[in-house]
Design a protein around this ligand. Structure first.
Ligand code: ZN
Length: 158
């Protein structure tokens, strides 16, 4: 069965950055299962998988525009220490959820503690990155009516 919209696809993947370091992998874990054609995964990956079939192995390089978007430097800024009042042990690497200017939830990562304030980055951790995927297509099946109405696959729960 070919991968197309309204199909549930199971893939194993290894994701490497531009320098070849592994950023994420499904190796030794359950495959990633998603409903094709619903933007459940990044556009570049969905495009690369369209028309592939069970057993196919593909390698694809995805530019930031088709992945998590370009790095937005305006989201990297220093907040005054007082913005973190009430939080103990603010450390580099800590992540917070905050409301963005247009009301959506934004993940904020603490980059560094500096004398004048806390350096934060509101970009997605993979924003601005070129992503290299090795993918194995494990299974392709038609989605159930329930999955289609929910807009996601049910292998890993609802
Ligand atoms: Zn559901």
């Amino acid at each position: 069965m070919l991968i197309a919209d309204k199909h549930v696809v199971s893939i194993h993947y290894t994701l490497k950055g531009e320098d070849g370091t592994t950023l994420d992998s499904s190796e030794g874990k359950a495959p990633l299962v998603y409903l094709h054609g619903t933007k459940n995964i990044i556009p570049g990956l969905e495009n690369a998988l369209t028309g592939k079939r069970t057993g196919d192995k593909i390698q694809v390089t995805i530019q930031p525009e088709d992945a998590y978007g370009p790095l937005d430097k305006s989201l990297i800024k220093i907040l005054p220490h007082t913005a973190f009042d009430g939080l103990e042990n603010v450390q580099p690497g800590m992540q917070f959820e905050a409301k963005g200017e247009d009301g959506q939830t934004q993940l904020i990562t603490v980059q560094a503690l500096e004398a004048q304030g806390v350096l934060i980055d509101g970009n997605h951790p993979m924003a601005g990155k070129v992503l290299n995927f090795d993918i194995f297509v494990e299974e392709v099946r038609e989605a159930s009516e329930e999955e289609l109405s929910h807009g996601h696959a049910h292998e890993q729960g609802c």
